[in-house]
Design a protein. Sequence first.
Length: 83
Amino acid sequence: MQTVDGVEEVEVGYHLRTEAQGLGYATEAARACLEFARARGTSRVVAIIDPANLASQRVALKCGLVLEKQVVTGALQQLVFAA
Ligand SMILES: CC(C)(COP(=O)(O)OP(=O)(O)OC[C@H]1O[C@@H](n2cnc3c(N)ncnc32)[C@H](O)[C@@H]1OP(=O)(O)O)[C@@H](O)C(=O)NCCC(=O)NCCS
């Protein structure tokens, strides 16, 4: 769970060891997590991503999440992808 703009949201996150990146594993795993959440009645999932993190944004898009908004958390600007 993450608080985004004062709202509690279910978040999907991913982090792979360097040698495992670029092989599609992040997308495969994130899709499985989204299916798991939806099968249990979660209607909305977000991914909170640094604007410079293009690989992470690409994973979110490939999982069907869409860019919804930009939020400021402390000194950090972050993008919120959701579906
Ligand atoms: C983000 C992360 C999980 C992605 O892992 P991955 O194994 O490369 O992911 P996938 O292979 O499933 O997909 C990556 C996609 O991003 C694309 N991509 C990678 N680097 C990119 C870049 N610099 N610019 C644009 N697209 C990029 C790839 O081409 C691929 O898209 P494609 O299948 O359409 O070609 C991995 O980079 C990571 O662990 N990073 C460090 C932790 C992190 O940043 N986590 C996310 C925090 S929000």
